[in-house]
Design a protein around this ligand. Structure first.
Ligand code: NAG
Ligand code: NAG
Ligand code: NAG
Length: 311
């Protein structure tokens, strides 16, 4: 589809320079504010950058809550057909609409169908770097999310999601909020080591797109903002317990507190379910890219995630 992959750099090499750059910037900024000088970055320019790398994260600096975008093409290798690019709109003044607003972004991708054993090619996502994490479930006051998204055929952003057109192009994908939990603080922050993955699917597009545990049927239902969510439960290949709340309809605008969905899974019995003493350490929003016969674009013009702990 002509998406070029220019950023073929190893993730390990870049993680460190990003952290160092941030520390240097924060240090500088703090110093200038302390002596009453104007901040270094005052221009209100808008930057639109495209990234097409396989894996390493993109971290637009922010004076509010920080976010990291990750292409996360874990089921795809360089040279194989398909790929994705992420476009990020960042502000030079590092000041977004609210303290918890994320930069606008879009993901354009295309992959052929994968094997049944591994149908997902990528989970491009944006992760919130909340300082409240890790937080014990019982200490959670609220996990608010305010999101608007669209999915459209082609390499431009769609104003609304046309599900018939997506079906014509055999688009299989979802839109998911993703959280990880564990009894260990460190593991709770690690999406591969945490014992529990708790997802909230705002859309399941295409017949190949279904949650782990679908066959066993829904274990519970919960209504949030008038939308019914059904809970599916199972284990993934990393032996993580995967709890997925799937919306009964496509929800393109969602402004809600997710705490009831987290609280509700605590009442499940057995090893699949977390405890209220476990920690939530990780939260993001993204789209699992299964396959499509043409380029499709996932657009997130509005996102704010706000995690509060009870004092
Ligand atoms: C986007 O789509 C247009 C029209 O289909 C095409 O000419 C162009 O090459 C595509 N660009 C990318 C980056 O895929
Ligand atoms: C920062 O820049 C953005 C984009 O130009 C602008 O909308 C916003 O008002 C600016 N914020 C401040 C505090 O200057
Ligand atoms: C992403 O950025 C590229 C390069 O600027 C542009 O060609 C493409 O149209 C953008 N895609 C979207 C969905 O805005």
């Amino acid at each position: 589809m002509g998406l070029n992959c220019r950023w073929l750099v190893n993730a390990g090499l870049l993680a460190l320079p990003i952290a160092i750059t941030l520390a240097v910037l924060f240090g500088l900024q703090a110093g200038r504010e302390a002596v009453g000088k104007p901040p270094l970055f005052v221009d209100n320019g808008i930057k639109r950058t495209q990234y097409c790398q396989k894996a390493f994260g993109i971290h637009p600096e922010s004076r509010g809550l920080e976010y990291t975008l990750n292409p996360n093409q874990w089921g795809w290798s360089e040279g194989e057909p398909g790929g994705l690019c992420i476009n990020v709109t960042s502000f030079n003044n590092q000041t977004y609409a609210t303290k918890s607003t994320a930069p606008e972004f879009s993901v354009t991708w295309e992959y052929p169908p994968g094997p049944l054993t591994q149908p997902v090619h990528a989970f491009p996502n944006i992760k919130v770097e909340s300082t409240e994490f890790p937080v014990r479930v019982r200490d959670l006051e609220s996990i608010s999310i305010d999101v608007e998204w669209t999915y459209g055929v082609g390499n431009r952003t769609a104003s609304t999601t046309d599900e018939d057109e997506l079906a014509e192009h055999e688009v299989n994908t979802n839109v998911a909020i993703d959280m990880f939990l564990d009894s260990n603080k460190k593991k709770a922050k690690d999406s591969t080591k945490a014992s529990y993955e708790l997802m909230v699917w705002l859309a399941a597009i295409g017949p190949a797109t279904h949650p782990i545990g679908l066959k066993q049927g829904a274990m519970a239902t919960e209504i949030i903002n008038g939308i019914t969510f059904s809970l599916y439960v199972g284990r993934n290949s990393l032996k993580q317990n995967v709890l997925t709340w799937v919306a009964s309809e496509t929800v393109e605008k969602f402004n809600a507190d997710l705490t009831p969905l987290v609280q509700r899974v605590l009442s499940g019995t057995g090893s699949y379910y977390p405890l209220d003493s476990d920690y939530v350490g990780y939260m993001g929003l993204g789209s699992e890219a299964y396959h499509s016969n043409t380029a499709v674009t996932f657009h997130v013009p509005q996102l704010a995630i706000d995690v509060q702990r009870s004092s």
